[in-house]
Design a binder for this molecule. Sequence first.
Ligand SMILES: [Zn+2]
Length: 398
Amino acid sequence: MTDLRIGGAERSGIRLFDIFGIEIRLDWSVLIIFALIVYSLGAGLFPQWHESWSVATTWLTAVSAGVIFFASLLAHELSHSLMARRFGIRVPRITLFLFGGMAEIEAEARAPREEFAIAVVGPLMSMALGVGFSFVAGALMGEETLARLAEDPETAMAALSPLATACIWLGSVNMMLAIFNLVPGFPLDGGRVFRALIWWITGDAVRATRLASNAGRAFGWAIVALGFYNVLGLGNLGGLWLILIGWFLTHIARSSYTQMITERSLRSVRLADVMRTRFETVSADTSVERFVEECLLRSSQQLWPVVDDGRHVGTVSWSDVAGLAPEQRRSVTVAELATGLDEAHTLEAGEMATAALRRLGSVGDQPVAVLRDGRVVGLVRAGDILRWTLMHPADGEP
Ligand SMILES: [Zn+2]
């Protein structure tokens, strides 16, 4: 039997804690960016500002600033999540990963006004944090140092306490985050704001999405170009980072557009409407050898429901059979090899197609049995659902 589980709980990274009923997770890729940030502060910026600091003070400040930076990212994502929840949209978890945070907002906003509010609140939070940290830094410095900052910045900076130093950095980095996120390229927050505004004005959500997605791709390519200019023109290897971010942006601009269009055309469609209903079954007492020779090799069907005395008892697939040595095939029946029809391995016909598509994503393009009242009524692969949307494009109405 197969170990593949659909909609698996096998998420990468670790669960940190729950806040406001939202699970906060940390993807392992965060460690890379965290190490980079701490290194650039501890080995670059802070020693440059503070020649007199001890090694311990420098690195302790760098690590603390790095941790607070990730807490700021989390606050940004939480603001999106809580706003989404106000409009009745579920947000089960937030994952921090290589390029920042990602709130899993389960549905698209139903109205442009809601989309606008959900999108704009994130950059506003980052801006508020940026202003807040800068304000605290200013208060810690006192008027004298503040005045000196303009005349003799080097001496003024050198006199700052670790806390004030961290606050200055956190203030500017949060403001930069707010500005970066406000660029009108989907799926950045600014792109969502842009999309919401076009949707608001034209009433055409699909067109708004396409325009915002194109803007996002253009912005991504611009960053890639800037990265290449840095590497090739200026010999600055930091440009590699820009190339990576830019490429990632073009990629998600495209894929989130496809996803949104797919979800729109699948809106209110159930799994029963998109599954394959033409399939054959195999009797439980069939030997695996006969199953292979007479069924599997004579058909393109990959997953076969196993029927025992009129009851559906499981499914058997290519991969199940492949694990069995040829000499064993004669003595083993398909029933012995079958995967049970439990929740982890099947879908329900009444389930929404979009939800099913998300769960199917975890098994690649493997077929899964669809049940109604315990009987297999269809088979479905992620590709089947996408094929269905090609034949039933979404209309422009929201
Ligand atoms: Zn955001």
